[in-house]
Design a protein around this ligand. Structure first.
Ligand SMILES: Cc1cc2nc3c(=O)[nH]c(=O)nc-3n(C[C@H](O)[C@H](O)[C@H](O)COP(=O)(O)OP(=O)(O)OC[C@H]3O[C@@H](n4cnc5c(N)ncnc54)[C@H](O)[C@@H]3O)c2cc1C
Length: 264
């Protein structure tokens, strides 16, 4: 895919939750994968010339396989310009995309344990990162993902995460949090009831998730992505990509330094 916008056909749409959809776009010809996570693409609403970034969540199983399509998991906001533009598209329609653009470069083997904190659609960069890291046999980094959503029905892409966890139990722990557990949610997971926690990401949750079982030391890197309120409470407001600003909030109180926290 070139650096300029190019028009790609929408080949599939699948509903993930009440307000999130998985959009699949076919590339004109396969492209080489970016070397590492995390990367995103721009999607343009050509009626209003507005563009937003989205993080593809499909990653091939091997590093040398080319990418022939892009899958974007997008939350549709009632007044969201580009997300609603996508929502109105039908299979066969064309949409302008450009990329890939590196958001943050993950380095294999740099940390023993990385803590990932995601809220809502903030899970998309985490899923991409996990695909890259876990398929790499030379990388032994372990990950704990705490994934918070409004309700137990809103954890989009949880089937992909569960599959990764089952394939790599020694390298990935998952913790789902829901602000609200629904009646139907209590029957989830084969009738075993809701297995996650309730509420938002608290200090107790972070403390617990930051320490891998049997390990003394806390995760040496925390990567987080989510709505402004979550970012503010956990790590301080993110200013810009180039200057994310200092670590504040809960992670600062826990002793995490600026070089140990990545605000995506
Ligand atoms: C690097 C990067 C990767 C991203 N990856 C994804 C992804 O994979 N999937 C995805 O769904 N989004 C992703 N986003 C967010 C996305 O780029 C848009 O910001 C989002 O889709 C809203 O755009 P919009 O044009 O629909 O809404 P806008 O017209 O920009 O905003 C309309 C309304 O939506 C609200 N709103 C916008 N963004 C948020 C938010 N994050 N949380 C709460 N309210 C919000 C605004 O307050 C406003 O009320 C990513 C953002 C970045 C910077």
């Amino acid at each position: 895919m070139p650096e300029q916008f190019c028009s790609l056909p929408l080949t599939d749409v699948a509903q993930l939750t009440d307000d999130t959809y998985l959009y699949t776009f076919a590339l004109a010809r396969p492209i080489a994968q970016p070397d590492s996570a995390v990367w995103s693409v721009w999607v343009k609403d050509d009626t209003l010339q507005a563009a937003r970034r989205y993080t593809p969540v499909n990653v091939p199983d091997t590093a040398d396989a080319p990418i022939s399509h892009l899958q974007l998991a997008v939350r549709v906001y009632p007044d969201g310009q580009v997300s609603r533009f996508l929502w109105r598209k039908r299979i066969g329609d064309h949409v302008e995309l450009c990329g890939p653009k590196l958001t943050w470069k993950y380095q294999a083997q740099k940390h023993r344990h990385v803590l990932l904190l995601a809220g809502g659609t903030g899970v998309t960069p985490m899923l991409q990162l996990l695909h890259y890291a876990l398929r790499d046999p030379s990388d032994s980094t372990r990950f704990t993902l705490v994934y918070a959503a409004r309700s137990d029905q809103d954890h989009m892409l949880s089937a992909d995460l569960d599959r990764l966890q089952q394939q790599h139990p020694e390298r990935l722990r998952l913790r789902y949090l829901a602000e609200r557990v629904t009646q139907s949610g209590s029957n989830k997971k084969d009738g075993r009831g809701w297995q996650g926690g309730t509420g938002r990401i608290t200090q107790d949750e972070v403390e617990h998730a930051a320490t891998w079982p049997e390990e003394q030391q806390r995760a040496s890197l925390v990567v987080l992505c989510g709505p402004d309120g979550m970012m503010h409470a956990l790590a301080g407001r993110k200013r810009t990509d180039a200057d994310p600003g200092p670590v504040n909030g809960l992670l600062a109180r826990m002793g995490y330094r600026d070089d140990q926290v990545v605000k995506l």
